[in-house]
Ligand binder design. Structure first.
Ligand code: KG4
Ligand code: ZN
Length: 337
């Protein structure tokens, strides 16, 4: 079954063709990062306008690269939430138009479930159940994936998402947008023990996250330095901040897996590209005898192939979506509308 999938929930315009949920035939990604960089973050209206102008070309590119035509498609998959509503609606109306004109099924996909499914594209042997740490610009979730349709959130951020914290701290350090890759790179030259930033563990038996206290601690540290006219070692601040985030993510994920006796862990979302997270989670998983999976960086950040994978599992387990499918900015994981 070949699914043409579309992802436009934020600042990537992406179109993929995925076979049977596991095989990528093409995965075209047009990133708008350059356009939003000068504003220090994603401007929703600008994102929507760029999706409108770029999406038709990206669809053509995907078909050209795969040497397939729209008539070869068995269904159309599309992200219908969560995300920026204007941006979601561009992908959704395009997907509906194609599905309606071809008389093929339309399949709505939850963006975070798509991030999780990125692991299915890379690891043919991977099957639920497993625990996933989903860390992106908008989400930090610990999700138990019981089967292809049953997602239980065991922990979530109560304030900033991990990626959001990276983006905000990067901005105040003058490292630009997106902050994650910039901090990851800068931290390599710094000392992670230089500054002792708080590790917010909340109640240690719970698996929720909180990053706003850490953000305030970094801002207070920087303000204190400025007031005393002392130089700021940007590399050390980046390394110490990054270590504080990653230590919490790793500790909570491993503790959560152990508490439910889960032997398999996956990571998903843009922040799972982070080199320290990959290293520390791998070491911790090995120490505890757990299997760990995470996709290549290109499948961690937003892309349509992950949406095509999840669309396949939604279709074979739950059928197609109605043409009244709407874009839902706050769509809850495990729900369709
Ligand atoms: O999953 P994603 O592409 O989009 C959302 O669904 O939000 O994630 C984007 C986020 C941004 O906050 C970006 O700074 C972060 O992922 N990110 C990273 C790294 N690469 C991207 N964070 C930490 N380290 C990285 N290497
Ligand atoms: Zn995403």
């Amino acid at each position: 079954m070949k699914i043409l999938s579309i992802e436009t929930s934020c600042d990537e315009t992406s179109v993929a063709i995925v076979e049977d949920g596991r095989k990528i035939l093409t995965n075209r990604i047009y990133s708008q990062i350059d356009i939003h960089q000068k504003y220090g973050g994603v401007v929703p209206e600008i994102a929507s306008r760029n999706h409108v102008t770029k999406l038709p070309y990206i669809i053509d590119e995907a078909l050209e690269e795969s040497k397939l035509t729209l008539a070869d498609m068995d269904a159309i998959g599309v992200t219908n939430g969560p995300g920026l509503v204007g941006a979601l609606l561009i992908g959704l109306s395009t997907a509906k138009a194609i599905a309606y004109s071809l008389e093929k099924p339309l399949i709505g996909v939850h963006h975070i479930e798509g991030h999780i499914a990125a692991n299915f594209l890379q690891y043919p042997e991977l099957e639920p159940p497993f625990l996933t740490l989903v860390v992106s610009g908008g989400h930090s979730h610990l999700v138990l994936v019981e089967d292809y349709q049953t997602f239980t959130v065991l922990g979530r951020t109560i304030d900033d998402a991990a990626g959001e914290a990276f983006d905000k701290i990067s901005r105040v350090l003058g490292l630009g947008y997106p902050g994650g890759p910039a901090i990851d790179k800068t931290a390599k030259n710094g000392n992670a023990d230089a500054i002792s930033f708080p590790r917010v563990m909340l109640d240690k038996t719970k698996y929720d996250f909180s990053f706003s206290g850490l953000k305030s601690a970094v801002l207070n540290y920087l303000n204190g330095k400025k007031m005393k006219n002392e130089p700021i070692e940007v590399d050390d601040v980046a390394a110490s901040f990054q270590m504080a985030v990653i230590e919490v993510l790793v500790t909570k994920t491993i503790a959560c897996a152990k508490s439910i006796n889960m032997k398999t862990i996956c990571m998903a979302g843009g922040v799972s590209c982070n080199s320290l997270l990959r290293k520390m989670m791998s070491e911790a998983a090995e120490k505890e005898g757990l299997s760990l999976y995470y996709p290549d960086p290109i499948l961690c950040t937003d892309n349509a192939a992950m949406i095509g994978s999840m669309a396949y599992y939604n279709f074979i387990n739950g059928g197609e979506s109605d043409l009244s499918l709407n874009g839902i900015p706050g769509l809850k994981i495990g729900t369709r509308q």
